[in-house]
Design a protein around this ligand. Structure first.
Ligand SMILES: Cc1ncc(COP(=O)(O)O)c(C=O)c1O
Length: 418
């Protein structure tokens, strides 16, 4: 989060110490120490997470909820304790408002499919923004097509900021749900979601927040936000891949029909009729990712042990440094806002295709992402093939940013543009 140029921040994070918590940060790539700037795609995992998952598989691997034996009880306890930690982390009112999914993508698909089945009709519309990740576009396209509904898009300006007057114009009575990214993964923009929610609620329209990026960089309080749904992935929050979260207000989760059918989500089954389980199990068909949930719980313990505020402050400081340092690189053009943003920094180097920049940086041990970042409409809006994206984490250092700057200068030199 970087909201004010004048902000003076001190960090309570000893970066050299925390780096030792992440085994992968010791890796070398092409003989050079790894500089990992692809955190918006996925973060690295601390020992605390790896050990918790390893411990589950070695010591109490068992299926949850279905056994009276000790291992099953221990596994169930670990799985449910993690749910409580996640609920507390986002200040959900009840832990049964936390649904385990495979990731943000599945969380959004769950809401799209079940909401549409119950509430969407021909002529209705769903409102999203121009900066959505594909996973907050395509699920809605699928259900809109099926129901004869329309997907409406709130426009943004050339700085990658949402146009709130366009939102007001498009928030008509036809809109049945507003689904917006809290933070853009390809631009870094922090969207004014409080205002989006306020205006939507004034018309009794529910709001889903795609918090895949926001969960890492902003303090999230779902009761304060008052959103109906919030989706995120564990793997961006230092947890394992394959485990995501859907938060839903109890009353809304109760209103929606089940998503998938199978074991666990039922109360009783006969060939004539099935009754469904209570929350959260109604939405958790089949054997879940027990190790994943325990891993995410451990990630949250780890974050809490460092202090979430300390992490966010460290990120702020690093972002400010990175924006200044990158801004000094000749021919570098930022794509996205300069303020009110997080450290997912997209840019172009004049005269270079983003892929070439990414490849040359990789040879220097620097991992950045290049391409459209699953936001093709954003790239179309800026009429560019993609960007180079350096996305920061609290375990990155200013020295690493200096290496990135040097790497970019070397890239220009290599291709005869110094
Ligand atoms: C804003 C945003 N939404 C959704 C997703 C999809 O997350 P996942 O692939 O973990 O389901 C991502 C992943 O990059 C994202 O950044």
């Amino acid at each position: 989060m970087f909201q004010n140029e004048d902000t003076i921040v001190t960090t309570g994070i000893d970066v050299e110490k925390v780096r030792k918590d992440f085994p992968l940060l010791e890796r070398k790539v092409f003989g050079k120490p790894l500089v990992y700037f692809d955190n918006a795609a996925t973060s690295q995992k601390p020992y605390a997470v790896l050990d918790a998952m390893d411990d589950y598989y070695r010591r109490y691997n068992s299926n949850v909820h279905r056994g009276v034996h000790t291992l099953s009880q221990e596994a169930t306890e670990g799985y449910e304790e993690a749910r409580k930690k996640i609920a507390a982390y986002i200040n959900a009112k009840h832990s049964h408002e936390i649904i385990y999914t495979r990731g943000t993508t599945e969380s959004i698909n769950l809401v799209a499919a079940t909401f549409a089945r119950k509430f969407l009709q021909a002529g209705d519309s769903i409102l999203i923004t121009a900066m959505e990740h594909h996973s907050n576009i395509v699920p809605w396209q699928l259900v809109c097509e099926e129901k004869g509904a329309k997907l409406e898009v709130i426009a943004m300006n050339e700085h990658g900021e949402l146009l709130m007057d366009d939102f007001e114009k498009k928030l008509t009575d036809k809109v049945k749900l507003v689904s917006v990214s809290y933070v853009s993964n390809s631009l870094g923009t922090i969207n004014p979601v409080e205002e989006v929610i306020r205006q939507a609620h004034a018309k009794n329209i529910p709001v889903l927040l795609d918090a895949a990026q926001a969960i890492v960089h902003l303090p999230i309080d779902v009761q304060k936000l008052d959103c109906e749904f919030l989706a995120f992935s564990g793997h961006k929050l230092y947890g394992p891949t394959g485990l995501g979260i859907l938060y839903g207000k109890e009353e809304w989760l109760n209103k929606l029909p089940p998503y998938q059918g199978g074991g666990e989500m039922i109360k009783t089954v006969t060939f004539e009729k099935t009754t469904y389980n209570d929350l959260p199990y109604k939405f958790e068909a089949g054997t879940p990712d027990v190790a994943g949930a325990i891993g995410l719980g451990a990630a949250i313990d780890y974050i809490n042990s460092l202090g979430r505020d300390n992490i966010l402050k460290a990120e702020d400081e690093l972002l400010e440094y990175a924006m200044q340092a990158l801004g000094s690189v000749k021919g570098l053009r930022f794509i996205g806002p300069l303020k009110n943003r997080v450290g997912s920094i997209s840019f172009l180097l004049e005269g270079f295709h983003p892929f070439d920049v990414g490849e040359i940086l990789d040879k220097q041990g620097i991992a950045v992402r290049t391409g459209h970042h699953c936001t093709e409409p954003v790239m179309d809006f800026f009429c560019i093939p993609g960007t180079v994206r350096a996305s920061l984490s609290f375990y990155n250092t200013k020295d690493e940013i200096d290496l990135l700057v040097k790497g970019l200068e070397k890239t220009r030199a290599l291709l005869g543009m110094s």
